[in-house]
Design a binder for this molecule. Sequence first.
Ligand code: IMP
Ligand code: MG
Length: 182
Amino acid sequence: MENILIGTETFVPFLTEEKIQARVKELAAELMKDYEGKTPIFLGILNGAFMFMGDLLKHYESPCEVDFMRLSSYGDEKISSGKVKMLKDLACDVKGRDLIIVEDIVDSGLSIKFMEQLIEEHHPKSMKVVTLLLKPNSLKYNVKIDYIGFEIPSKFVIGYGLDYAQKYRNLSSIYVLKEENQ
Ligand code: IMP
Ligand code: MG
């Protein structure tokens, strides 16, 4: 893996494809065990979670359904705007169902909080959250994240679904922004 230069900024390799895939497989196995005998709905949060959701579900070899919601919070910046907009709502009926929200990354927790409040109005039977990445030191909202791929430092990352101004989502590994003193 080589560094990625974007203007004057440098992103350095952080999580390899092998490491990500191994962890995604473990998460799928854990979910299959916990949801045995049930048919959960996996609710992916677009755009960031598309790649994680695809890989996770390839390893989830039990009955399940799939839906997506689209939220936007960052605009084209590296820091959150602090506001969340819903750009695409649920399409399925989640009433009385077991829901698993699939996120790429939890940063402040605002998006998850917003989602949970919206979804609770539809009365699912249960609702859990799986995220590939969590920045524990950035959390500002009281949210419970049930399944976590990797806990990472509060630094900006790209790749594997995560964007910088909508680009780099298609990278199969994850890179982190190099800071001055690195
Ligand atoms: P939160 O609402 O502050 O928890 O932020 C969650 C959303 O912000 C994620 O779903 C991502 O879309 C985006 N985000 C947070 N941190 C990063 C990052 O390091 N790189 C790219 N996107 C990020
Ligand atoms: Mg996201």
